[in-house]
Design a protein around this ligand. Sequence first.
Ligand SMILES: Nc1nc2c(ncn2[C@@H]2O[C@H](COP(=O)(O)OP(=O)(O)OP(=O)(O)O)[C@@H](O)[C@H]2O)c(=O)[nH]1
Ligand SMILES: [Mg+2]
Length: 273
Amino acid sequence: MILASWRSIMWIVRRADIVLEVLDARDPMATRSRRLERIVQSLGRKLIIVINKADLVPRSVAEKWKRIFEDMGYRAVYMAARDHKGTRVLRRAIKEVADSFPAIVAVTGFPKTGKSTIINALKGRHSASTSPIPGSPGYTTHAQLYKIAENLYMIDTPGIIPVEGGDLEAVIRGKPPEQLPDPVKPAMKLLEKALRYNPRAVKDAYGIDETDPYRILELIALKRGWRYKTTGEPLVEEAARAVIRDYHEGKLVFYVPPEEYLSRRARRQGVFV
Ligand SMILES: Nc1nc2c(ncn2[C@@H]2O[C@H](COP(=O)(O)OP(=O)(O)OP(=O)(O)O)[C@@H](O)[C@H]2O)c(=O)[nH]1
Ligand SMILES: [Mg+2]
């Protein structure tokens, strides 16, 4: 699969008037790229932060993230592109920041944040191909221009290379689960994270009442009959891939609360809350 290089991201940003940075509402800060934001700023383009997949978090959480980004001085909207929710708000934001028309909007962000889905939602017809799994046929492989309306064009881009923050997101979004050299470690991290933010996540997704991540993988494998032919041991690698896939597909349900980010930031700034 092809991840866009920073050079090609610059090339795309140069061609655009407005850049959307698409984040995953479940963990916006880990799917954000300050480097991209800096590039957009330094090239004098307009940035709109789009907090997508808002259907996977409570509305109040999406609202809070929006406000956090607005307080940083960014224009921000939230939406659920797959359900065509929030498209009007996004259209309005684009209209308001555009200096002139026709406007070209580049849609950028981490892999699998829903960039192509946003384009489809705005277009009203499906043409940008989408899929839940990195590296699968719906993976956007090259920048492509779409006409959204008479005076509005959008450039769909492949997920940018996630270089900062969110190591876990970088690993699980960077490659299809089948191609991860070691899916077990990231899957264990993902399970730990899920349980930290939603103690019911594993029970709800797999009907398994267990907190040890390795044991959870074993139990998923046993439940599904995935065993090594030779030894009969549970095939934890296969369970790990399933867990990563379930996260991409929103079946493993959890989100990072904005309060955690706010209290961390306050601590960094030496403010007690
Ligand atoms: N729950 C939920 N899922 C969404 C939403 N938007 C997109 N998705 C799903 O997320 C997955 C990835 O969507 P894409 O639009 O292919 O994401 P992308 O950013 O274009 O992905 P790449 O081009 O591979 O980087 C698909 O399964 C979508 O159906 C949303 O608002 N809510
Ligand atoms: Mg895409």
